[in-house]
Ligand binder design. Structure first.
Ligand SMILES: Cc1cc2nc3c(=O)[nH]c(=O)nc-3n(C[C@H](O)[C@H](O)[C@H](O)COP(=O)(O)OP(=O)(O)OC[C@H]3O[C@@H](n4cnc5c(N)ncnc54)[C@H](O)[C@@H]3O)c2cc1C
Length: 157
């Protein structure tokens, strides 16, 4: 495998990443997932495996490329002999709660039809899988044993 090809490892290993169409017309869907990071992808996968119709809306931070270029220039200043070739840039918001647990579920200001998955600190890879299963249960109108633990309601305790 040519790890210096300029493509991310997974694209080299599994083939080029898919491209996704732009949203150019109205769509109807049972569930709309906003954000196509690991959380959005896992939630969409979990729901669609269980027969739900899901649309994922992803809008990358318009300033990611500009910020990545700025970082690359700073590294070049520090290490002028380094040949920097940006292949992919990504930005993440790091939000953390006082008790260190994320939030999964509805917020009273937005009603039961809007579900949140957020505030992982540095542990979103682990938590997002729990969240995907938990949110599916809530969307399907069932209880989940961890729902109270990750609920916004715990702030009131
Ligand atoms: C350096 C680093 C190391 C880490 N190490 C670990 C680790 O070891 N273990 C671990 O569990 N976690 C780790 N994490 C945390 C983990 O990577 C994140 O918690 C996780 O990737 C968050 O995933 P997410 O899908 O919730 O958010 P994101 O990956 O941020 O995805 C959100 C998506 O929503 C999109 N979006 C934003 N606004 C809109 C909008 N208005 N409309 C549509 N789309 C929108 C964004 O473009 C983005 O693609 C690490 C993070 C960093 C930065």
């Amino acid at each position: 495998m040519d790890l210096k090809s300029g493509y991310p490892f997974w694209a080299v290993k599994n083939g080029l990443l898919k491209t996704f169409p732009q949203l150019t017309r109205d769509h109807q869907s049972e569930v709309v997932v906003i954000g196509g990071g690991i959380t959005g992808a896992l939630i969409a996968d979990e729901l669609s495996r269980h027969g739900h119709h899901v649309v994922v809306l992803e809008r990358r931070d318009a300033r990611v490329e500009e910020k990545a270029e700025g970082l690359a220039r700073k590294v070049e200043e520090l290490l002028p002999k380094l040949d920097i070739n940006l292949t992919f840039s990504w930005g993440g918001t790091f939000a953390e709660t006082d008790d260190g647990l994320p939030f999964f579920g509805p917020h009273e200001e937005h009603g039961p039809r809007v579900q949140f998955a957020m505030a992982y600190g540095g542990n979103g890879i682990s938590y997002s899988m729990i969240g995907a299963k938990l949110l599916r249960e809530l969307i399907e109108g069932r209880e989940h044993p961890l729902a109270a633990l990750f609920s916004f309601q715990r702030l009131k305790l």
